[in-house]
Design a protein around this ligand. Sequence first.
Ligand SMILES: Nc1ncnc2c1ncn2[C@@H]1O[C@H](COP(=O)(O)OP(=O)(O)O)[C@@H](O)[C@H]1O
Ligand SMILES: [Mg+2]
Length: 950
Amino acid sequence: MSGPPRTDQQREAVRDPGRDVFLRAGAGTGKTTVLVDRFCSAAVDPDVGVERILAFTFTERAADQLRRRVRAELARRGSQATDPDEAEMMREAEEKTERAWISTIHGFCRRVLASHPTAAGIDPRFRVLDEPEADRLAERAFDAALDDLVSSGDPEALELAASNWRRSLLEMTRSAYDELRSQGRASPELPEPPAADTAARIAELVAAAEAAAGPCSEGRQTPKAIANLERIATAAQLDPGAEAAMELLEQLAGLKLDGGGQSFEADEGVAYKRALERARGAVAAVAMREAYQQLRKLVAAFGERYESLKGDRSALDFEDLQLEAVALLRGNDRLRERYREQFRHLMVDEFQDTNALQLSLVEALRGPDTRLFVVGDEFQSIYGFRHADVDVYRREHARFAEGGEPNGVALPLTGNFRSAPEIVAATNAMGSGLLPGFEPLAAGVSEPAPGTGDPVVELALVTEDRAGWEDGTVGLPLLPDDPSPAHKIAEARVLAARMRELAATGEDPAEMVVLLRAFTHVAAYERALSDAGLDPYVVGGRGFWSQQQIEDMRALLAVIANPLDDEALFGALASPAGGAVLPDTLWLLRRAAASPPREEGRKERANHVWPLLRDLLAEGAPTPGNGFADRAELIPDDERARLDGFTRIVGGLRSSGAEGGLESLVERAATAFGYDLATLVRDQGRERWANIRKLMRLAREFESREGPDLGAFVEYLGTRAASRDREAEAATRAEGHAGVRLMTVHAAKGLEFGIVAVPDLGRKLQLGWVSLRVEAGEERPDGTETARVGVQLGRLGRPSERLGDYEELKELAADRGAEEEARLVYVAATRAERRLLLSGTFNPKSLKKDPLARRPMAVQIIRTLLDGDPSTRVLDVPAASADAPAGRVDVRLIEPAPGIGAELTPSAAPVAAEPAPDASSPPLGRPDPPPALAGGLSYSALSGFERCGF
Ligand SMILES: Nc1ncnc2c1ncn2[C@@H]1O[C@H](COP(=O)(O)OP(=O)(O)O)[C@@H](O)[C@H]1O
Ligand SMILES: [Mg+2]
């Protein structure tokens, strides 16, 4: 064996290739390293060989990395071999690695389907929809399904459609559909209406009310308390035999407690509230059964419509790849046997992020002679929002550990080789405080004992004193339109200032990363780092689709497609693409387009702006009766000229339409408005223009798939901009970039970095709110299932009701969401090798409130790690277990004070080393402004820019 000497635990994990191994191990303990070892040994085994190993990774990037690591390991083994035959074998295996079966599960499924389309019953030329495309089709399918439902004329259907928002029905339908498909159901159906024993639930409510009456009457008799006690008394009189109809539901709704003071928060009061919720859920399930049945029809109709839209395009979405591949392998004995015979080894990395459907694929591929090797860490499961199910991992682990696999063992790895011991100590302490059942890691790397040198783990806590931070004397550089509150900006500045200090002591900014849960406040971090001279670079997420030029062009194209789209019209007019019309002018336009109120005292009615613009152009003034001519006259002449130009050009482009294709239309739109020139003269103009070139290429590709439909293309751009990339590319180092990188925690999965910052720990947890929840149940002996379902449905003119198990399922989902948030922090912190910078804002008042769960992570950390005390000090962190290291955390409390904002805002001299000049792309010079901005220079004069790399 080569590379770093393996530990006993690591050697044990790969000792016997004849065993099935479930390796449960923490962050940085060498799971992937060991998987590579096992792969390489099998690759040079004459009975196996590279082509008979199948390895699954979680992302394409991880697959590439695994392939590289395997190749490097084989090369090392080859160079150390003394026997020339052995060396030759290593070399051959290394060569074959190029074609090895190392891929994501999706990638593998695609390969299987492409090899056997006839057997799978799919079009051999099938195409895989990317996520935004699939979203768009799904939305179309939903609208068609809703139409079907409504046009049935069934009054219940009409009531459902009328009493719930379209958006809400869409979300319910899709979330249920996706969830059920991830469990392996190819044609998802909502479960039968929840069976509800209303009599039993009412009886429970009566009992709870009787029990609560006494204890709840002990508090002060305020009017609210008296009203509550009356409700409880009424509930105690309910008849469990009452018919579960709307009247009863109505009555139960009136029994909900409203405030009333402490005495209602005690156990009996809480038990009453729970019993009332359950009774309401049960009665609603019966009384609103018909509404639920309509919802089931909607989901079924959606499924059919979606299937047929995909069918028309010979398209499969990501989930189809898995569903179809599993169906193929299950249904076709010959094929299944072939794959089972082919693969002697099946390996799965990051197993904690698989779901039931993916497990069934693994099972289908696993024959009696296929050896399984799965590795994972349940505390790093962070893909619940994509239906990863950590319970699959837990169940499988338990099966291995309890001897459920005749040939299998469950093994641990406990030494962390990635992080400095003080970091291991801190992440152990966080894990123990935040993650139920957490197992601490030992330090694999030995380093100077803690206590020598500066602490390498820091925790900066910024008080959520918004007014304090906004105070002028503090000197925080706030922008008038900043979307982030002042304390978040202060936090970003604290981090940037600290990173700058580190850079000044010789740390390389390119080794620093900022890992964020979400990009909500990314602009604040970007600005703070940029002001600190640290040249930030946002990886993924804010890529191409959120570039200003793409937004501008989308607005422009949307106006060309439909000038009555006011939002797009205003966006286009305000952008440089539409002549950068001033906000005042836009306001005047809006007011001028309004029609006068028909009655005294009523408001003006807003009209579309486009007809007014057209009139201004044709008549020089609005037609009487079409808006307020006098207001339009307030628009200054030069602005009027801009509007005039804009309207003419849009008119021209509309009349020629998409002739010559969408690509050419995008180009004409960009050039006709002079946007090309306006873009090029700006800072980094060539990069900006390259984005538009890329948009043209996308327009061409779109047209080849969907035809020259401008409206559809605009819609497509909208969904792309709104959705995140499936796999945010986390370039290990953005090419040629020497500054600090910002990325999401998800994008950093499996990677490691020298200095890691995990800020924004004060954000509210995302617990995922959906109004429909389905939960797979156990299978009954007769083959039916005990699925659970809960849904919140609106009713015309009344408050919405929660049917079935909604309350319980919602709580369950919120608990899972909270656990996943804690795991995200753990994943982020365990990426650090040498230094870890934690930070967050917190509200001092929230430190005392119970319960702890679901509070922001910063609060949870203060309460568990710091014993509730956020004050500045160096905190000793004891070892979390006998073989775990001890460490220290440098805690810093930062409150607003005069001048502190200025201290945190260093002058922006770059500290990052200048990147080496690259001959192939000379540094960007600002091009000379063209002689006439307003036209005269055609796009073709700029064709030199075509040669850009995009
Ligand atoms: N026995 C070992 N000795 C020294 N370093 C190791 C050892 N095993 C793994 N490493 C290193 O520890 C880091 C984490 O390993 P990796 O396999 O990526 O862990 P995991 O997949 O468990 O997160 C890597 O940099 C790896 O090279
Ligand atoms: Mg790994």
